[in-house]
Design a protein. Sequence first.
Lengths: 333, 292
Amino acid sequence: MKNRRLAAGIVLASAGAFLLVAPWGLKPYGIFILSMWAVMTIAAIGLNLTLGYAGQISLAQAAFVGIGAYITAWLTTKGWPFWPTYVFGGVSCFAVGWVLGYPALRVQHHYLAFVTLAFNTLVYLIFRNEEWLTGGIYGISNVPRPSVLGWSTNSPLAFYYFCLAHLALVSAATWWLIRSPWGRAFVALRENPIRALSLGVDTRRYTLVAFAIGAGLGGISGALYAPLVQFIDPTPFALGLSLNLLLMVVLGGSGYFFGPFLGAIVAVLLPEWLRFTQGFYLMGYAVLVIVLMAFSPTGLLGLADRLTRPARRRTASAAGVPPEPAAESEATR
Amino acid sequence: MADILQLLVAGLATGGIYALVAVGFTLLWQTSQTINFAQGEFVMLPAFFVLIAMGYFGLPFWLAVAVGGVVSVVVLGLLFKKWMVDPMIRHGVLPLVIATIGLAILMKEMVREFYGADAWPFPALAATTDVAVLGAVFSIQSLIILGICIAVVAALQLFLNGTRIGRCMQATAQNPTVARLLGVRVERMILYTFLINGALVWVASLLITPIYLAKFTNGEWLGLYAFIAAIIGGFNQVRGAIVGGLLLGVVDNFAAAYISSQYRTAIPLLILIVVILFRPQGLLGRVEERTV
């Protein structure tokens, strides 16, 4: 146990150090891809809260990234400063996510998947067709990058650190959240909603909160996406990105804190390194997803967890979160 | 009046195709709780089987169609069940959903990489001429599509209700445990539904590809429409899927003509959301009771 913890600490520290020095010596495009990884990880962390912890499947995460991105792009090109638009983007997504949570109170599983899928496509259609607002297929270009305390983030490197700082903040907040009573209630909701309800967890409220926070993080990711790419059009926010984010979360390990980080590496960074394989990369990716689902539905981290964990400590539920008794004791408070 | 009649027939023709795909989708769900996110790609693929049989093996069209049918039933029915569904279904619904999303990507990319990203012309089953009835002009093609869809659905209903195997399949869908106790070979019945699904997507592929050309992205919207049809009609009823499919085709056509072609796709989605929120079991479905 102690060794496991130590090993995890060393891995974490070296990963953090690697992220800090990684962009040195990279061309601007390499730094751009790394920044994209950070941005997509934030969106995936949001989805992991909704799906992995609270157990509510959502195929609408791309819509929230889009809403955040459009709000930021639209307002900053109108001359607004970055921070108010950033907050506005996150809060709007939180609100829309809250509303989207209502269907989840009525329907579950695949029905919920289709409601959110329909929502994502509707939002995409609005992005594409409401030209007066979104610029239609021509999009919004020349999105400015913000400056922090008078320090401009115009250079790729500065913006990468800006994204990385956001990722660190979001991670810390999420880490705290899933260890708070709220996070425990999310897990209770996932494991057995009816039992959670009978133990006094307000499942209605927590379902909505799980959706809203997940969506809010999607919005933050979008608010970073717009100044990162500096040009947005409807295409990136179609259903494909939602499916991709879902695959990231599940591939990395849904319900594991570091699942989204790993999933985003596989989905965002690997395709660039393996660019020489062209179309074969996506085929390999698809095969990986299928094989992983057959042998380890808890994703890469679930697999790692199973391989490193001593046999007697194996638990039936997805690990990495406190096992059920802990969740219960929190939930009954 | 003539306009409305024309739109109605064209809508019913595409709706019939959606219905075929949706029926396969609900059959899989009923007997094995499989939700196939790759169902759209399953419709995209048989057309390429036929094209490959024609182009690379030089077979005449009708022989190629037959070969495509056999390959579809084997690959999309038998192998899909043996290699994907069987190993995964014990993990629950979600891993299989994710895996079929992966399968959809795999199928799309394989077609793009090994066959090509273009839209390939596909021979129509019948002459593409028009016929005038009561002042309205119908294309022979849509009438034939509609006829084939009705024939296939009728044959399927006859099979399900009128034969021993069909009734065993229904029993499997309703209550596998009791069916097994009564001597129904449940595993085999589940396999049959997968084979039937393979055949249904093959027919749908032959009907729809001449209209929209054979392209690797065809599955994306086809699958979506099949899901919507299945949910609108009722996920657990074959006749629900038929009604849902026809309704969707008609609504889609009328929306494109009378409301807005830009928001054409939005109308089915809005119907989907409304149906899910207010009648989650679908228009014709029964409520599924789940144990705690």
